[in-house]
Design a protein. Structure first.
Length: 220
């Protein structure tokens, strides 16, 4: 292990340093709640650009919810990992059943976090899709597909720490670029790269969004 971040705030500030050359592109930061929002807040504040959330949900194997077999994102984007389906002896129909169940929680979070606010218009713009880490990449894939539909000029996945193999796969298949402070060959769990990897709650997400939207230079 090269370095542990103190918390998501520090990780976001270090990530922003890696992204500072993109300030001239006037990007939009779309953070994945919940854990990506404190990171995205620091990135947006440092670059002086808009912050908004894009909601995605992991699809867990029914008898082992922590094992992700795919993900969904708002707008109907879906990613299913065929290797995990085969390992768990599941079908695409099984994955779709879980996706339908998770879609209700996804819709609840969209209403809670954005209310009547639509996603910002990112057509022809650079989007920084931000999370607190990239492990297997299922959620990032679904989120990237949701953003692609919106027509950005350039889509950059930005995370403090990313599994090197997953980052390379996403560069080839889903996004224009992956920017990470660290890309270890052996990631393990994202949380081990943080000294304080506390559970981010809805209240913190809403507070950070409110702070970001109170600044004219950081409003969609």
């Amino acid at each position: 292990m090269k370095m542990r971040f103190r918390d998501r705030g520090e990780a976001g500030r270090m990530l922003a340093e890696r992204l500072k050359d993109m300030r001239g592109e006037s990007p939009v930061v779309l953070a994945l709640p919940r854990g990506g929002v404190p990171v995205g807040y620091e990135v947006a504040r440092a670059l002086g650009v808009p912050l908004e959330v894009l909601v995605a949900r992991k699809l867990g194997v029914p008898w082992h919810p922590e094992l992700g077999m795919g993900a969904i994102a708002e707008g109907g984007a879906l990613y299913v990992n065929p290797e995990v389906l085969a390992y768990a002896d599941l079908t695409n129909e099984d994955a779709l059943t879980v996706a339908q169940q998770e879609s209700r929680e996804l819709a609840r979070r969209v209403r809670l976090y954005r209310g009547e606010r639509p996603l910002p218009d990112v057509r022809g713009r650079t989007v920084l899709l931000v999370d607190d880490g990239l492990a297997t990449g299922g959620t990032a894939r679904a989120a990237a597909r949701a953003v692609r539909v919106l027509g950005p000029r350039r889509l950059v996945l930005a995370v403090p720490v990313a599994a090197a193999e997953t980052a390379e796969a996403l560069r080839r298949e889903e996004v224009d670029e992956v920017v990470a402070v660290q890309e270890p060959d052996r990631l393990g769990a994202v949380g081990v790269w943080y000294e304080d990897f506390y559970q981010v709650d809805d209240e913190e997400v809403l507070a950070l969004l409110a702070q970001a939207h109170h600044h004219p230079e950081a409003s969609p």
